[in-house]
Design a protein around this ligand. Sequence first.
Ligand SMILES: Nc1ncnc2c1ncn2[C@@H]1O[C@H](COP(=O)(O)OP(=O)(O)OP(=O)(O)O)[C@@H](O)[C@H]1O
Ligand SMILES: [Mg+2]
Length: 300
Amino acid sequence: MIYTVTFNPSLDYTMRIKNFQTGALNRTNYEEIRVGGKGVNVSIVLTSLGVPNVALGFIAGFTGDQIETGMKQLGCETNFIRLPNGFSRINVKLQEEQETEMNGMGPAVSSDDCEQFMMRMKMLRPGDILVLSGSIPTSMPQDMYEKILDIIDTDQIRVIVDTSSNLLRRTLAYRPFLIKPNLSELGEMFGRSLVEYDDIVGCARHLQEEGARNVLVSMGSAGAILVTQDGQVFSAPAPSGNLVDSIGAGDSMVAGFIAGYLERNSMVDGFAKGLAAGSATAYKQGLATGEEITAIAQRA
Ligand SMILES: Nc1ncnc2c1ncn2[C@@H]1O[C@H](COP(=O)(O)OP(=O)(O)OP(=O)(O)O)[C@@H](O)[C@H]1O
Ligand SMILES: [Mg+2]
């Protein structure tokens, strides 16, 4: 089975307001509410691509109920831990000329709750895939990813990590199957901005020396580079299209990679579908559907 982890999933409330003014009553002219969170996004795109998976993490309160209901409506399987207090966060995205975001903090996660989550990790079996994405809420131990990786057999369970540069680096010693830094996260790890192809590949190889097996560097509109465990390098520009909104492109890429890779256990198939999925999401509002991803993948 594939498991995604989102410690602090959200309801994302997007609203558009013309001539927004602070300190005044403003009325929206467009609004929508979607389930949000990096692991949750991976689950939604995987499901749309027809790949069974289970979303894990914490939910609380009526917003948590809605996150679960919303996921189920999209056909996703979930196994969230329900926290006794607080409520899952609402992230407000205000779109006017500029986009302003206000992210809630979410419910506090106690050490007992973390313990319960660790019990879930004991369900993992050889051959499973575990996707660790996003940040760790401040109420949780910041070494939560390491704690998880300590108790699972990372030779048997393929771990995919997509998180900020410092958290990512701390997982490398556990030999994750795949890491997906974007160019700026990769640059942060090496203390410089990366532009040249050889430099990017060199940094990816360096992370392999630190333990990562496969390194997928995403570069927004410039596409991506994959450096595999056996030393191969694949690179491709993004498929052509018109940018609408790239939020969730990285998560879509992770989902696309998994779906493509699992078809024939092929890294290059994973790379191609990951690239198609990232761009398919960038070329529309919200996450791309399986059909949209397949349409772009078949074009290549
Ligand atoms: N502007 C764009 N045009 C075309 N394709 C894009 C664009 N932005 C992202 N993509 C596609 O999505 C993939 C992942 O995007 P990106 O490198 O922006 O990930 P990210 O920074 O991790 O995104 P996220 O904000 O979801 O964390 C890219 O490799 C590319 O295939
Ligand atoms: Mg990202």
